[in-house]
Design a protein around this ligand. Structure first.
Ligand SMILES: Cc1ncc(COP(=O)(O)O)c(C=O)c1O
Length: 410
């Protein structure tokens, strides 16, 4: 398929509403929030159930032998997908576990600093706080970011923080920087390669929180060259919840151990991460059928459609609401678009995530997260292969009704 032939919002090809039959949504429900918890096609669920059946026919055979062959198969396929050595990969249940695994394995000495962006995911930045609270003189350097911001300005902000720290000459060092590839709320695609290179040039290790990356943007780890990288397969790759991919560059593997130590301790990275104790591994197995489902269309086709739909759908909603999308540059949008909500009184008692969620769910049977960023309210809408622009138009009209009612009751 040439790039001119790739599916777009205007020419959906195999995507759009015809995809609904491949998913589990009831007829009266449209899913606009794939970004938070993902969802998976029916064939992936069927396949996961088949793994269950297979395991229960002979649990010992599975737990003692076949599990390891299956995990290797998944890692091999994923290593081709993200372009790295399969030995650099481990499968974990989610990004939170992946972040904790690395942060709680690394040794932090007095004087070590950890650089994060203020827009980093709350659980990640709280894990950093925990590390600081439980170590002597380990501190966080938080770079304040408010979107929209150009790539150049973001890099300047981070470099200013690195320079300021260097000028302190107090014997401390920035040991680790953690950067999002695609932030959560607001959702913004970051200049991740430039951030990795910049942090490396100041001698810091870099952990890329790519929770939203696999399946949403092309991932090439041999090009990116982070020290650590984590991505959820259960978000954009279409596997079942509880499946994530952790990358640890070979040179650091001796330092990193699972959050729960098992009998495989000190047997090497692959063995330590291959056995997480007795548990249901079927969500990890579902990665295989998720990859097969995607292959029938191709990554380029999926990414082209969902990205184009996020752009077009976001514009359609902003037009209905008389506002703008948060990021004017298309390359800051992946599959999730942030649309400004024209709420006049930001201190209105219902201008908060929880109250707005209840109105949307109870009255309209839809949901998109709403949040305040800077001096505006936004909602984050996720494009996916089962949606079309007309869905965004319907959602835009719903949000207009919600906001109009709120403004009238101010
Ligand atoms: C940027 C980012 N990091 C980390 C996470 C945590 O992912 P999980 O809840 O799957 O552990 C999320 C979840 O949405 C996220 O958006």
């Amino acid at each position: 398929m040439t790039s001119a032939e790739l599916p777009t919002a205007a020419n959906p090809g195999p995507f759009g509403h015809q995809q609904r039959k491949n998913f589990l949504f009831p007829e009266n429900y449209t899913q606009f929030n794939h970004g938070s918890f993902g969802t998976f096609p029916k064939v992936v669920q069927d396949d996961m159930r088949a793994w269950h059946d297979r395991v229960e026919k002979n649990p010992d055979l599975w737990m003692r032998r076949d599990l390891y062959t299956a995990l290797d198969d998944i890692k091999t396929q994923l290593s081709e997908f993200v372009n790295c050595d399969m030995e650099e990969l481990a499968l974990v249940t989610n990004t939170t576990v992946g972040i904790n695994t690395v942060l709680r394995s690394l040794r932090f000495d007095p004087g070590d600093r950890i650089l994060v962006l203020s827009t980093g995911y709350v659980s990640v930045n709280q894990t950093v706080r925990y590390i600081c609270d439980t170590h002597t003189d380990v501190k966080v350097i938080e770079v304040p970011i408010t979107f929209p911001i150009s790539d150049k300005d973001m890099l300047t902000r981070v470099e200013d923080a690195l320079k300021q720290h260097k000028e302190l000459k107090d014997g401390s060092k920035i040991k680790l920087g953690i950067v999002d590839w695609i932030s959560s709320v607001p959702s913004v695609v970051h200049p991740v390669k430039e951030l990795v290179d910049l942090l490396h040039s100041y001698g810091a290790l870099v952990y890329v929180d790519g929770a939203h990356s696999i399946g949403q943007v092309p991932v090439d780890l041999s090009y990116l060259r982070p020290d650590f990288y984590i991505t959820n397969c259960h978000k954009w790759l279409f596997s079942v919840r509880g499946s994530a991919l952790l990358y640890v560059a070979k040179r650091h593997q001796h330092l990193i151990h699972p959050t729960s130590i098992t009998g495989e301790y000190s047997q090497g990275f692959a063995r330590e991460f291959g056995w997480a104790g007795t548990q249901d591994y079927s969500s990890l197995m579902s990665i295989l059928s998720a990859l097969t489902f995607r292959k029938q269309y191709g990554e380029d086709a999926i990414i082209s459609y969902t990205h184009s739909l996020a752009l077009e759908g976001g514009k359609a909603m902003a037009k209905i609401l008389g506002t703008q999308t948060l990021t004017p540059d298309d390359h800051h949008v992946g599959n999730m678009v942030n649309v400004a909500l024209p709420i006049k009184d930001l201190n209105h008692p219902k201008a908060n995530t929880k109250a707005l969620m209840e109105i949307l769910m109870d009255k309209y049977n839809v949901f998109t997260p709403a949040f305040r960023h800077g001096d505006k309210f936004y909602t984050r809408v996720s494009a996916q292969i089962y949606l079309e622009v007309q869905d965004f138009v319907r959602l835009g009209n719903i949000w207009k009704e919600v906001v109009d009612e709120l403004n009238a009751s101010a």
